[in-house]
Write a protein that binds this ligand. Structure first.
Ligand code: ASP
Length: 341
């Protein structure tokens, strides 16, 4: 009789891909094929069950509909398992992990995302270790309480808070970065958990929020961006919020035509959320002249939130039916440890 049980949810990604002999492109394998490369899973002292997505996805095809599907699988099996391991492509893993962190309110069990840079069938694959470490972390408990009761990403011997990560490298096994929050755990001979950095369980009943509103956009600034490009984005039909990806500590051009565009968007009730393009550090509106004006127009500062987290937090807040004022206030509040206020 096993003491713990884990549900592995296989959504796709490189970890389970094979090379098509004709086209030489990578495409997802069925779970049976994936499992065949991991006989060691049978030696774990826990029950491991599997749920496979249909169809299996390269994570570039992930979207809010699949996030809802994933959240529903976790909701429906929440009481039957001690933890969840989600096998997912690394390309958009940071978005899905961020989305799930907002959608799963009162999460008191581990939801550990992992994947790999090389398919599991390859001799040098990183998938085997990532998978095994994730199972071990999802089962880790102390005094009958899970050690990691939050959404996390386990990759290359490191455990990150899911909504703090970004994919940084398309080739290195260490594909992820968490520029503004330390590691939750490090895997060596022992797994070292930094318990003071991990969210604490609140023992409340899980609530799964499944309404996501995609009436948002990202406006990434670059020197030389044209008024036409900005106008086009800010006049997207139905737009409710825009993530303004700014330079450095939240800075943007001060030229009148740019400020007019932002002011016009704010006046039309569009929420403008200032998120830095940097992978570390925070937006500090007012530090420079080039950000002070934005604050006066009503732009909301995103502190050190990642773009991935900003996208999914906005979808979640707008989808939950909050008033515009409440959305603005909640954007500046850390709901799941996604930013340092
Ligand atoms: N294209 C793949 C995906 O995101 C890459 C990976 O799994 O690392 O599904």
């Amino acid at each position: 009789m096993f003491q713990t049980s884990i549900l592995v949810i296989y959504t796709g990604g490189t970890i389970g891909m094979v090379q098509d002999p004709k086209s030489m492109t990578l495409r997802p394998l069925t779970f049976e094929n994936l499992y065949k490369y991991l006989p060691v899973l049978e030696n774990f002292n826990c029950r491991i069950d599997f749920h496979t997505f249909e169809p299996l996805l390269d994570s570039s095809n992930m979207n809010p509909g699949f996030w809802i599907q994933l959240a529903t699988v976790i909701e429906e099996s929440y009481e039957s398992y001690d933890g969840f391991v989600v096998l997912h492509g690394s390309d958009t893993m940071a978005y899905t992990a961020s989305a799930l962190s907002f959608m799963l309110e009162n999460l008191n069990k581990p939801v550990i995302f992992t994947g790999s840079q090389l398919p599991i069938g390859m001799v040098r694959t990183d998938g085997r270790e990532n998978f095994i470490n994730s199972i071990e972390i999802a089962t880790a408990r102390e005094f009958d309480t899970p050690l990691v009761p939050e959404v996390a990403i386990c990759f290359e011997n490191r455990l990150f808070r899911g909504n703090r990560t970004s994919k940084l490298n398309a080739e290195h096994f260490g594909a992820f970065i968490s520029g503004n929050y330390p590691l939750l755990a490090e895997v060596g001979v022992h797994i070292k958990y930094h318990q003071n950095l991990i969210l604490k369980p609140n023992f409340k009943k899980l609530r799964v929020l499944k309404e996501l509103d995609d009436n948002i956009a990202i406006l990434k600034l670059f020197p030389g961006i044209s008024v036409r490009a900005i106008e086009g984005i800010l006049h997207t039909e139905g737009l409710k919020a825009v993530i303004l990806e700014t330079f450095g500590a939240g800075n943007a051009p001060t030229v009148p035509w740019f400020m007019d565009q932002v002011q016009d968007a704010c006046t039309r009730g569009i929420i403008v959320f200032n998120v830095t393009q940097c992978k570390g550090g925070a937006v500090d509106m007012g530090k420079y002249e080039t950000s002070a004006g934005l604050g006066k127009l009503g732009v909301i500062g995103g502190y050190d939130i990642t773009t991935e987290s900003a996208v999914t937090k906005l979808m979640y807040l707008l989808g939950s039916g909050y008033s515009t004022d409440s959305v603005k206030q909640l954007l500046q509040t850390s709901l799941r440890g996604e930013m340092t206020v």
